[in-house]
Write a protein of this length. Structure first.
Length: 290
């Protein structure tokens, strides 16, 4: 199955949803770090969740989901863009033995950021404490407490594939079938992790909702893409300040920055560093020498 997001709506009730499945994108994420198995499951589920949440948001930019923990897992970050690309990374300490979410993350918080700054639009950020026993629980709690949207999320991940399904009850619409939300929820609760990972989106929807009137939209392809580049890394170094950058140069002869999302290495020598702090410009070494 190709990496894709399939959006759908129920014709006679204010309920919408999406099904996502990713293999190549997930494989690429795993190539950039040796994630322990317990962390890999959380990262895969959050990756699927990020793609699902883009199905219900109109935006230009990126949607960033973060799990901050006080346990051995310190941070999980997934970014999904309006161009249907994703990237993900995580930070952890020691050998991860426990598999339950509370032991891995401890007392932490979930952060959702909608970054539309490049499109000249207002950014948005919501933060809630971690509540629940799974990534799906955390996200459902966030949507209901921060967005006032009743939401059901189903997520699954293994070494090969990640999958998920989202259902949302829409507000402020005339309800033709007031029992629809409960009914589709009971049907969706029968969905298994194995089905999420192995069945196509169409097969999942047919299996669950064959007695309902459903409108499916064209599948939207998903792929891995990292947005790092020399200019963005240079901007980050500028935030460190000229004194700090020059101190690193004096000690090491160069400044090396490795992207945590894609493992790309960016190297800045003395010429690069000097150009960083020319007012209004960020110029790479190759540009500076020509």
């Amino acid at each position: 199955m190709a990496d894709s997001l399939t959006r759908f709506v129920f014709e006679h009730a204010p309920v919408k949803g999406g099904v996502v499945q990713m293999t190549e994108t997930w494989r690429t994420v795993q190539q950039h770090a040796d994630y322990p198995a317990p962390l890999k499951n959380l990262l895969g589920e959050l990756l699927a969740a990020a793609a699902l949440l883009t199905s219900g948001i109109k935006f230009e930019g990126s949607l960033v989901l973060q799990l901050h923990g006080t346990g051995p897992v310190k941070l999980i970050v997934v970014e999904a863009t309006s161009q249907h690309t994703l990237r993900a990374t995580a930070k952890w300490e020691g050998n991860l033995v426990e598999t339950d979410l509370s032991s891995l993350l401890g007392k932490g918080r979930f952060v959702m950021t909608l970054d539309q700054s490049k499109a000249g639009k207002q950014n948005y950020q919501g933060i809630v404490p971690l509540e629940g026993q799974s990534v799906a629980d955390i996200l459902s709690h966030y949507m209901e407490s921060s967005e006032q949207l009743e939401t059901r999320i189903y997520l699954a991940a293994n070494d090969e594939t990640v999958g998920g399904m989202l259902l949302q009850k829409l507000p402020d619409k005339t309800i033709e079938d007031d029992d629809m939300w409960n009914r589709v929820g009971h049907l969706a609760d029968t969905l298994t992790a194995e089905e999420l990972l192995k069945l196509s989106a169409n097969d999942i929807l047919l299996r669950l909702f064959h007695e309902e009137t459903l409108r499916r939209f064209d599948q939207e392809p998903l792929s891995f893409r990292c947005t790092c580049n020399q200019e963005n890394v240079g901007s980050m170094l500028k935030l460190l300040g000229q004194d700090e950058v020059e101190s690193i140069l004096a000690e090491q002869g160069k400044v090396e920055v490795r992207c945590e999302f894609c493992d790309s290495l960016y190297v800045f020598d003395a010429v690069d560093a000097a150009q960083l702090f020319v007012k209004g410009t960020v110029i790479t070494a190759s540009e500076a020498r020509h």
